[in-house]
Design a protein around this ligand. Sequence first.
Ligand code: GRF
Length: 200
Amino acid sequence: RNLVILISGRGSNMEAIVRAAIPGARVAAVISNRPEAAGLEFARRHGIATAVVDHKAHSSREAFEVALAAAIDAFAPDLVVLAGFMRVLGEAFVRRYEGRMLNIHPSLLPAFPGLHTHERALQEGCRVHGATVHFVTPALDHGPIVVQAAVPVLPDDTPETLAARVLAQEHRIYPQAVRWFVEDRLRLTADGRVVLQGVS
Ligand code: GRF
């Protein structure tokens, strides 16, 4: 199974997936919308093909997404993995990959869609927080949930300490979700339900 992983920055979730060396999965490419994304260097060091589709180099969102889809499709993906990818994707693009595109979001969706999730969880006085892997659908950060991980919020937490605790869980659940998909145990039904087979 060919994976194409999209990043915008550090790429620690991409790195976790590469390091998981999931049997039957091949990271065919790491693609970024930002030329300076640090994760591209990691991919290159690991002999993984990389590509940059710079959103600033395109006159419109549509033109960017057409170029991005072409770059992705050149690697014939079975699964597109958004990992710290910071562009909102339009409906046509999402529909093209529906059922074979995952994202990870640093909150327990449906709580805290959007940005600055750790600050917001602290502001709300949450006692638990976490991360969510979901299929990508046109509704931003609201796709069918595959797996979640919860972490405690501690009294002296800062956004940074909370983010680090959540990130450690992201690096556990994202490779797990990708493994389930590669093993044909995870799929999205036509009516938007997640089916997970043979998982305890
Ligand atoms: C992570 O918190 C992830 O949940 C969010 O972007 C952050 C950075 O991810 N999508 P990464 O280190 O670039 O994978």
